[in-house]
Ligand binder design. Sequence first.
Ligand SMILES: [Zn+2]
Length: 573
Amino acid sequence: MDVEKFQFKGYQKLLYTNNSPDILNVVYYHLQLNAFQPGSDMDIRLQNIPDPDRRMVNNLGTKENPVYQSRIAELKPNEIGYQKVISLSQNGKKVDYEVIGTILKVVLNEPIKPGDKATFEMEFEAQVPLQIRRNGRNNREGVALSMAQWYPKLAEYDDEGWHISQYIAREFYGVWGNYDVTIHIDKNYVVGGTGYLQNPQEVGHGYEDKNIALKLPNSHKLTWHFKAPNVHDFSWAADPEYLHDMILGENGVELHFFYKNNPETNENWKKLQPKTAELLAYYNKYLGEYPYKQYSVIQAGDGGMEYAMCTFITGGRNLGSLIGVTAHEFAHTWFQFLLATNELKHGWMDEGFTSYISSMAENEILDQKLENPNEGSYNGYYRLVASGVEQPQSLHADMFDYNFAYSNAAYSKGAVFLAQLGYIIGEENLSETLKTYYADYKFKHPKPNDIKRTAEKVSGLQLDWYLNLWTQTTNTIDYGIKDIRDKTIRLEKIGTMPMPLDILVTYTDGKKELFNIPLQEMMGHKPTKATILPSWSWVNPSYSFQTKKQVKSVEIDPENRMADIDKTNNNNF
Ligand SMILES: [Zn+2]
């Protein structure tokens, strides 16, 4: 790494195993730093989307009448990002390749047969762009190097074929591998990131065993050697002013913290450390055990972004925000780095599930005592519906017409998918579903059907209707109370998405009774103490039932777990 010019030279040796049943004649790599150039697809998209990411634009207008300018379009040649392939060989022989935006297409000399291996060797040169999005140099908090999406990275090939979306905005999908990474950088830089440092005594900077003498080399650069088994990405950050702390979490996992020495925020970064250990214990308990030996919380990047065994977060935050962002990014480890769903196609399974569990974790760890920790996600979903620009969750993440529509579909509606699943199958079944899902699908890139099947097997209930309508359509839920005539209650289904119903009836004598109307499609109902009524088929727009006593009031879904878009007709108060 040349820390003056922000350029680096790389050598990559990749031993690739074709685990597919297909013969491969081409392979593809991502060259994601190429996105940070004027005229790139990322730049053009940024200039044309009506609500660009504010971090990526300058506002030349006013707050009320913004005029956005793409920051990528303004980059000078010494500020852009690039990855240039200098040489590439397959099994020792030069191989042809073509660069198409952020994708490198390699036409193989000899096909790779199912089960066979090939070795690719590449020399490349790269420049770290000014920090625009996620990675880059000199972020707004003065972190020198946020090194994500920094190396030519093999694309994923699976039962759907190659996954080679241009790097426009959204997130990632990767190939499992064992990484062995050596970084040569000026000796005053502190490095944190993915993997286990192999030579702590040769670098020091807080990694060393204090009881053994350091063996620092007599040169102006240090050599950092990391190994990271069974990950699908490798990221690192470096800065000469990092403070570096380490504490031990559950099962002896090393929790590292890298942050800029700043008297205003240092105390928050200290208080964050035991809370991160509590988060680890929470996710171990409610999802499944963290399988790696270290995790690093690193002040870098432009907000919060999850990476393998680490996260880049901005650090100038109050304590609540610092813990909140860490809770979210750390939870991503389970969904993005262990289950490893394709986020470009199923962003809701990553962002949504992460939001769900991190809200639950924050509620416990910060002792928030919230009745519904995911209320914010429900509200985000309601805003999305009201906006009129909702598109189905199953849309490719880059293709949403508005960033607003993507983020609310992925984060809010995705979190509600789980919170509402708890309403449908019962909270204990949901909890069991999450643990079983993790146990069965970690390291396997699960798809939407896998979470549905897990929930079906755990609960014994049929859920195809839920997966289809919630994730592939913009259908909405709206039930209402039509009328109440002494002991007869008539309900109506106004919305286009059916649901099972919890109905709380208060009698004129002041006593209450909870009823449950199963959805016929589910072939059963959740475990509940409620009085079970005959099921309601989705084809019927209305439903009525009789009570034994005179009715005073009726309330649909008294716990507010069903995402009914019009609650005004949910009770007769
Ligand atoms: Zn996230």
